[in-house]
Design a protein around this ligand. Structure first.
Ligand code: ADP
Ligand code: MG
Length: 246
């Protein structure tokens, strides 16, 4: 199979600081990859480089055969690229003065030029899918963190992305509300969505992801089948991390 996403030799430096160093991996269509590792390992920067929110210093990102990192892309082309890669942030990033439904609708109208009626129909369908039909008219502040994150997931899905990136989707959410967000992500896994997610939920990473990639200090330490990396890691650094967080 051709990988849906191929990352080759990705590096990112901020000034003199090397935050990502020669990161390479690929994912097949329908696969979920969980990226784990200590704080500061470069997980968020990796996701931000994949959708070019951050320009990599070196390396290639190829989505479905199209090199996103190709030189000379205009801002307009970059915007098109980002549309194909959905992103869900730790802090939701919803428009505070818009309803849940409007948050999902506006993305479609602005990014895809979809008509309002179609966008609303799709928005309601996606809010139902994340279990929030009853909350369509509520503004973010009237929603729990778990509900806000589910709106953010619906908004990302509304653009029909080829790939979905989720950066610690549950880490800003009260423990008792995490489960409903994780259930939505599990549904996406079952549905065959291709995803890269970062998480500190080790049980979830093991259960939901096909593969796990462990990073430390901007480098991949090891990568493999989720059960293997989580239960029988090959590297001492991975073992130390896992025993500290479990
Ligand atoms: P993680 O998500 O694994 O916690 P990050 O990707 O957020 O790690 O950060 C990795 C390192 O890069 C950290 O040391 C962080 O301080 C640094 N970093 C991230 N973004 C920037 C930036 N815009 N400028 C300078 N340093 C940054
Ligand atoms: Mg992070």
């Amino acid at each position: 199979m051709t990988p849906l996403l191929e990352v080759t030799g990705l590096s990112k430096t901020f000034g003199a600081r090397e935050v990502l160093a020669d990161v390479s991996f690929a994912i097949e269509p329908g696969e979920t990859l969980a990226v784990i590792g200590p704080s500061g390992a470069g997980k968020s920067t990796l996701l931000r480089c994949i959708n070019l929110l951050e320009r990599p210093t070196a390396g290639r990102v190829v989505l479905d055969g199209d090199e996103l990192t190709a030189h000379g892309r205009s801002e307009r082309e970059l915007a098109q690229v980002r549309r194909r890669v959905g992103m869900v942030f730790q802090s939701f990033n919803l428009f505070p003065h818009r309803s849940a439904l409007e948050n999902v609708v506006l993305a479609q109208v602005h990014a895809l030029g979809r008509g309002r009626a179609e966008a609303e129909l799709r928005g309601l369908e996606l809010l139902a899918r994340v279990g929030l039909s009853e909350r369509a008219a509520n503004r973010p502040r009237q929603l729990s963190g778990g509900e806000q994150q589910r709106v953010a997931i619906a908004r990302a899905l509304a653009l029909d992305p080829a790939l979905l990136l989720l950066d610690e989707p549950t880490s800003a959410i009260d423990p008792e509300l995490k489960r409903e967000v994780l259930a939505v992500v599990r549904d996406l896994v079952a549905d065959g969505m291709t995803m890269v997610l970062t998480t500190h939920e080790m049980r979830f990473a093991e259960e939901a992801a096909d593969r796990v990639l462990f990073m430390a200090d901007g480098r991949i330490v090891e990568e493999g089948a989720a059960a293997t990396v989580m239960r029988a890691p090959a590297h001492e650094r991975t073992r130390r991390f896992l025993s500290a967080v479990r």
